[in-house]
Each structure stands twice: as structure tokens, then as C-alpha cells.
Write a protein that binds this ligand. Structure first.
Ligand code: GDP
Ligand code: MN
Length: 396
């Protein structure tokens, strides 16, 4: 589950990670109130107005603005709330901004220049260990840093039994070129960050930038936090942070009815039982020249009602030009699934896109007969390749 910046910062702060302080606001009036309150707490008169959407690169898209007075807070918050924010990480349509974070300006002048670093904590699937990835090149697109100056990205691998060791946190501060108070601040920051990552059962923290202020404090200015869905049952308070406005509506609906659905960009809708078979089906569609429009695992019980729900979900995507149903009858019998498809189809009346059904396994031959004799515009196949060829034919 992804979180908003302000929620991620709340979690970080609850584990002692120093953050750029802020208050979330839904309206321009609330933004002004938030700014006043922050000025009382921090003494700063300048504030940044930050769009809260589940996408990075907000600064580039005009979703992060500096306000030097309360009037500017009101104006900028008014502009950003309700805007359609397009960033390098959103789709071309962008994302609607429902709320902004009013944050203290932490780039104030002082003895030294503020410095921006990059830091993330994540699971390295190669080693099966958590790792801290960090760089002196903060505030920019880390993919570009990796491409152009890979020697400026460092990693620290963490032994799961020993945890983050003191020398590792010191090495990070050293590699970032810090000394004195900032060095100590970074060591504390890294330790708190790693503790937060573990205790919150997160699968990704990305703090870009981590800021060394002009008076040598080390703080998180941005926070991208992804929680591990499988551990959410241990964090009731985090579950409430879910903002379904940020999620794909069809995926939300699928989740509610217990279907495993992921929306994709292509034109062939897929309905499959089993995640592995679903992946293989997507590969085959691609090989046949199509592009999968979704991943959909209907699971073990493909009865008429479930099949109908699945068809309805797939058909919500206007890009779908054909539907491939690929079911392996192991525990569930093919004829039962076939009957489910026929019933669902009959129930739904007119389905405009061609449907290709491939049923293999127990009672596959009876199932094929059922489909072929149904009088409905559904093509059947028994072999995987045959099904893919039929999909290609209807797309051509
Ligand atoms: P992102 O663009 O979505 O990654 O959003 P960030 O939270 O990283 O903010 C983008 C940029 O806004 C940062 O890299 C900073 O350059 C700038 N920014 C963030 N906070 C402040 C602040 O307090 N003062 C000033 N002057 N700039 C800030
Ligand atoms: Mn950022």
C-alpha cells in the first residue's frame, strides 16, 4: 500500500526520524491556518505548498511551490488544490490534487549551503537482504543518477541477524562527505530510518531529498513509503491511511469482490485461474501480437456469478477488443466453468467484444461441446496456441 508524503513523514517521525514539519490542508483557508500554526511552532515565515498525490516528480510538474507570505500560501494552495497534476511519474492525464501539505521552509540561509542527498531502504531481491541505497546526488531523478554517474550511488547491505551495525551508519555519513554535527545527525537519521522501516513492515522507503540544513541538521524533506500489504493486519492505524482516490477504481472494485485484478495498457482482456497461468497467458498474448489489458486471477471457484463479475470488470476498460478466458480445470471441472461462462453470457445479454475460451483439464471435451452448442458468439479452443491464434485473428 502506498502512502502520501505527509503520512509517510508521520510514520518516520513516530520512530524518531527528523522531518520537515508540516500540516495537511484540504482548502486554501486551512492552508493559511496551517501556515500560521507552523510559524508559531518553528518560527519560519516561509512555507512550501506540496501537492499530496501518489506520484513523485511533483516539483517538476508544478506541485511544490514556495510561499513567502500568508497571501502567497492562500494563492498557491488555492491553485494547487483541485489542479490536475502531471508529473513524469503520472499518466498523461495526470492526477487530481485533493489536499496539500503546508511545510516549514527548511532551505533557509545560514553558515553553509543546504545539501540534498538521496536515501532509500528496500529489499534487495538478489541477496534477499534489506539494503540502504544512498547518494550525494539528492533532489533529482535517481534513475538519471544511476544512468549517468553510477559511481555516486552507494549501497549498504544489512545482515538480517545482526541488523544495521554502527559502523555501517558511520560509513554512510562518511561517504556523504559529512563531518562534525552533520555527521552525528546523519548517523542518528540512518539508525532511526532503518528502525522505522523494520518496525512499520515497509517494503520501500525513499527519502529524496534528505536535507542537510544550513545549520547542519539532517531531515527528511520528502517521503515515499510503501507498506507491505501482507503485514497490514499488524498495523490497524496504518490501514486507515489508505486513500482509495489514489487507486485504480476497477482494481478497488475487484479487491472488494475478492478478485485479483491488475489494470494494464493493452487490448486483450484476460480471465484466468491461477497467477502462474495468468502470467503465461499474458506472455502468449504478447507473442501472438496482442497486449494484455489486465491481469485477472479468478481463483479456484469460477462459477457463473464470479465469471460474470469478472467479465463486467474486464469490460469496464474501453480498450478491450477481445477477451481470452484461459482456465485449467484441476480442482474445478471445465464443464462447470463452461456452464458458468454460458450462464454469465446469457445473463449479460449482448457482449460486443469477441470471446475466446480455452478450457483444459478435467472434462475439457464436455466443456468445449457446451460452449460450441450454446449458440453464443464464443469461440472455444483446447490448445493454448490455438487460443492465441484465435485472439490474433479477431484482432486483425
Ligand atoms: P517531488 O518533486 O515529488 O520529489 O517532491 P519533493 O518533496 O522532493 O520536493 C521537490 C523539491 O522542492 C525539492 O527537491 C526541493 O528542491 C524543493 N523543496 C522542498 N522543500 C522545500 C523547502 O522547504 N524550501 C525550498 N526552498 N524548497 C523546497
Ligand atoms: Mn522528492
Amino acid at each position: 500500500m502506498n502512502l502520501h508524503e505527509y503520512q509517510g513523514k508521520q510514520i518516520l517521525n513516530s520512530f524518531g526520524v527528523e522531518i520537515q514539519r508540516g500540516i495537511v490542508a484540504q482548502t486554501a483557508d486551512e492552508a493559511v491556518e496551517a501556515a500560521k500554526k507552523l510559524t508559531e511552532e518553528t518560527g519560519t515565515g516561509w512555507h512550501v505548498i506540496k501537492a499530496q498525490v501518489h506520484a513523485g516528480g511533483r516539483g517538476k510538474g508544478g506541485g511544490v511551490k514556495l510561499a513567502k507570505s500568508l497571501d502567497e500560501v492562500r494563492d498557491l494552495a488555492g491553485q494547487i488544490i483541485g489542479m490536475n497534476l502531471i508529473t513524469p511519474q503520472t499518466s498523461a492525464e495526470g492526477k487530481k490534487v485533493h489536499q496539500v501539505l503546508i511545510a516549514e521552509d527548511v532551505y533557509y540561509p545560514g553558515d553553509s549551503e543546504p545539501e540534498e542527498y538521496y536515501m532509500s531502504v528496500l529489499l534487495d531481491r538478489g541477496t534477499g537482504r534489506n539494503m540502504i541505497m544512498y547518494s550525494t546526488e539528492g533532489g533529482m531523478d535517481i534513475e538519471a543518477v544511476a544512468e549517468e554517474t553510477p559511481h555516486l550511488i552507494f549501497t549498504e547491505e544489512i545482515d538480517p541477524a545482526a541488523g544495521l551495525l554502527p559502523f555501517q551508519a558511520r560509513r554512510i555519513a562518511f561517504n556523504l562527505g559529512l563531518s562534525g554535527k552533520a555527521f552525528k545527525g546523519m548517523v542518528k537519521f540512518v539508525n532511526a530510518l532503518y528502525t522505522a522501516y523494520i518496525k512499520s513492515d515497509s517494503s520501500l522507503f525513499e527519502i529524496n531529498p534528505v536535507l542537510k540544513t544550513s545549520d547542519d541538521r539532517v531531515i527528511a524533506v520528502d517521503a515515499k513509503v510503501t507498506l507491505d500489504d501482507n503485514a497490514l493486519y499488524r498495523h490497524k492505524d496504518y490501514v486507515e491511511m489508505r486513500d482509495i482516490r489514489e487507486e485504480n477504481p476497477v482494481e478497488v472494485e475487484a479487491k472488494e469482490v475478492g478478485l485479483n485484478y491488475v489494470d494494464l495498457d493493452g487490448n486483450v482482456g484476460c480471465m484466468v485461474n491461477g497467477a502462474g497461468l495468468a502470467m503465461a497467458t499474458m506472455d502468449l498474448i504478447k507473442q501472438a501480437g496482442g497486449e494484455p489489458a489486465n491481469f485477472l486471477d479468478v481463483g479456484g471457484t469460477a462459477d457463473a456469478e464470479r465469471v460474470e463479475t469478472a467479465f463486467n470488470l474486464i469490460l469496464k476498460d474501453p480498450n478491450v477488443k477481445a477477451i481470452l478466458v484461459n482456465i485449467f480445470g484441476g480442482i474445478v471441472r471445465c464443464d462447470r466453468v463452461a456452464q458458468g461462462i454460458v450462464d454469465a453470457y446469457t445473463n449479460m445479454g449482448n457482449i460486443e467484444v469477441p470471446i475466446i475460451v480455452r478450457l483444459q483439464g478435467t472434462n475439457a471435451d464436455i466443456a468445449k461441446e457446451l460452449i460450441d452448442n450454446s449458440g453464443l458468439d464464443v469461440q472455444s479452443a483446447i490448445e493454448f496456441q490455438e487460443a492465441a491464434d484465435k485472439v490474433q485473428a479477431v484482432l486483425a
